[in-house]
Design a protein around this ligand. Structure first.
Ligand SMILES: NC(=O)c1ccc[n+]([C@@H]2O[C@H](COP(=O)([O-])OP(=O)(O)OC[C@H]3O[C@@H](n4cnc5c(N)ncnc54)[C@H](O)[C@@H]3O)[C@@H](O)[C@H]2O)c1
Length: 276
């Protein structure tokens, strides 16, 4: 992995006040990018930006609600005024608060406002950021967009129906962008993320639930924010120049195996059998 593969590039990272977004901001800055640290939580965004600047990087915190078009337009303008261009958009912001997750349930119990909020932030927010970022990228005929998606965007589950539908739609939004602007130097990819626990989204998740998810990852453990950030840096850089319109799966094999794997392992352990 080259050390400064994003030297001179300008990256916008949404939801960068914490979790995977904050780690991606740090790692892209480490690779030489000037980073727009975008979050609805300005204090958190400022903390991350200050940390990057203190370690010799370039960063600007901008308070933005990605679901509000005027906010997004002003945010992209602020990044261009400060850093002169936009090369990378990592659309990472998502609504994952405990309250939201409690209301985003199975379909017959769905709270319709929670559905609208999930779509507003996760999907419309990503579209709005792309709308204004791509306009800037086209000026240089170069750009890379990355959309954070999830196994839940391709695999059914018991709740989080709105979150899941929003993540599935992001895969198609990314392909539309890849198709529409590819000949003008713009690449767009989705990144299907496995479990990489972050303080906001997973602090409240019971240990038993994390263990069930860990057992379903093929890697020794679940992921880390740094492992996800390294894939973001790859997709953002010219190392991925021939990668567009794809969904890159960074999930420790969570979606690669048979649904019965864990139950089979438990059965074999019980019976002493080595396999079928
Ligand atoms: N962490 C994981 O294991 C995991 C797994 C699969 C997918 N993902 C995806 O990765 C991304 C980051 O997840 P995370 O675990 O770091 O979540 P997180 O909750 O820690 O971070 C999300 C960030 O988005 C910000 N945000 C929320 N609403 C916003 C809005 N309207 N405008 C701007 N910012 C807003 C929050 O303030 C927060 O800083 C999400 O898109 C999530 O769906 C994460």
């Amino acid at each position: 992995m080259s050390d400064r593969k994003l030297e001179g590039r300008v990256a916008i990272i949404t939801g960068a006040g914490g979790g995977l977004g904050a780690e991606s901001a740090r790692v892209l800055a480490m690779h030489g990018a000037s980073v727009g640290v975008i979050d609805i939580n300005m204090e958190a965004a400022e903390r991350v930006a200050a940390e990057i600047v203190a370690s010799g990087g370039k960063a600007l915190a901008v308070r933005t609600d990605v679901s509000v078009e005027a906010d997004v337009k002003a945010m992209v303008e602020a990044i261009v005024v400060r850093f002169g261009r936009v090369d990378v958009l990592y659309s990472n912001a998502a609504l994952l608060s405990v309250d939201q997750r409690r209301l985003d349930r199975d379909v017959i119990n769905m709270d319709v406002d929670a559905w609208d909020r999930a779509m507003g932030v996760n999907l419309r927010g990503a579209m709005l950021c792309a709308k204004y970022a791509v306009r800037e990228m086209l000026k240089n005929e170069k750009g890379s967009l990355i959309f954070a998606t999830s196994g839940l965007g391709v695999q059914g589950d018991l709740s989080l129906s709105a979150y899941a539908a929003s993540k599935a739609a992001l895969i198609m939004l990314s392909r539309s962008i890849a198709t529409q602007y590819g000949k003008q130097g713009i690449r767009s990819n989705a990144m299907q993320i496995g479990l990489a626990p972050s303080e906001n989204a997973h602090g409240s998740m019971p240990a038993e639930v994390i263990q069930i998810l860990r057992d379903n990852h093929l890697t020794p453990d679940v992921g880390t924010p740094r492992q996800i950030a390294d894939v973001v840096a790859f997709l953002a850089s010219d190392e991925a120049a021939f990668v567009t319109g794809s969904t890159l799966v960074a999930d420790g094999g969570f979606s690669a195996h048979t649904p019965s794997l864990v139950a089979m392992k438990a059965l074999f352990a019980q019976t002493g059998a080595k396999g079928m």
